[in-house]
Design a protein around this ligand. Structure first.
Ligand code: B1M
Length: 211
């Protein structure tokens, strides 16, 4: 459908005005909100993620696409709530205690939201206790941690241990990432998913649910 393709292309180019105008027009034409979300916005963000993984898109391309997506999703939200569309799952996310770097984490949030997850964003400098509290409070399916400093990445280990101590380790998948973090480190601390960037993080989280 031409209007869905316009929305898709606008998000791909990071054209926020084009994307929001397209969504408004699609809603005025009585198109289904879920169809606009899935075939226009999420399809475009999935493509953006792929282009990034292939080295054709860079962080700024992802950021402007994600902004176009977020502005458009905000327009759809009331209709989606009305239609009771279920998110893929809940993800509690934050940058670990002692670490104030949140640009990468915010990018990961955008990609996770873009693919259909509900996000509980705890911000930066999040203690293990706060992570565990939020996982329990929201019955989250995932706990996602970001760290940019070699000195703070060890807090990821403490946070996994805090989940174990609280008796909820088996209720949640742990996803980690950030510049100094590696698959080897993820294996060492018993994390379930390591992702080097937001798009692969979103893809891996979705795949882990078998959908
Ligand atoms: Co800081 N800083 N910084 N800094 N800073 C780094 C990280 C550093 C590598 C710079 C350097 O020395 N070359 C270095 C760390 C060295 C180390 O530990 N090995 C460093 C340092 C030392 C520091 C301070 C200690 C400096 C000082 O005060 N002496 C200090 C620490 C403050 C603190 O946190 N307690 C500090 C402060 C800051 C600013 C506040 C000024 C600012 C942060 C602002 C903010 O985030 N709001 C800042 C910045 C901007 C950087 C650099 C320049 C850029 C980081 C960034 O945003 N990258 C950085 C150098 C660099 O990386 N080139 C540096 C862009 C972002 C999109 O990438 O965050 O890697 P990134 O996220 C990626 C992936 O890693 C991944 O996906 C993202 C998108 O692709 N990813 C995940 C991230 N989280 C993920 C989670 C996942 C999955 C994937 O699942 C949950």
């Amino acid at each position: 459908m031409a209007i869905l393709d316009d929305i898709y292309q606008s998000v791909l180019k990071g054209d926020m005005n084009g994307a929001t105008e397209g969504v408004n027009k699609a809603l005025a034409d009585n198109l289904d909100a879920a169809e606009i979300l899935n075939k226009g916005l999420i399809a475009a963000m999935t493509k953006v993620g792929r282009l990034f993984e292939q080295g054709e898109y860079f962080v700024p391309d992802m950021l402007i696409a994600a902004r176009a997506m977020q502005a458009s999703t905000a327009l759809l939200k009331p209709k989606l709530v009305e239609a009771d569309i279920k998110p893929l799952g809940k993800i509690v996310i934050g940058t670990v205690q002692g670490d104030l770097h949140d640009i990468g984490k915010n990018l990961v949030v955008m990609m996770l939201e873009g693919i259909g997850f509900e996000i509980i964003d705890l911000g930066a400098d999040v203690s293990p206790e706060k992570f565990v509290e939020a996982v329990k409070e929201h019955s989250a399916e995932f706990m996602a941690m970001s760290a940019l400093l070699t000195t703070t990445m060890m807090v990821m280990k403490t946070s996994v241990e805090a989940l174990e101590e609280a008796g909820v380790r088996d209720k949640v998948k742990v996803m980690i990432g950030g510049a100094p973090v590696t698959q080897k480190f993820a294996d060492e601390i018993g994390a379930d998913i390591y992702a080097p960037d937001g798009s692969s993080g979103a893809r891996k989280a979705k795949e882990s649910l078998g959908v």
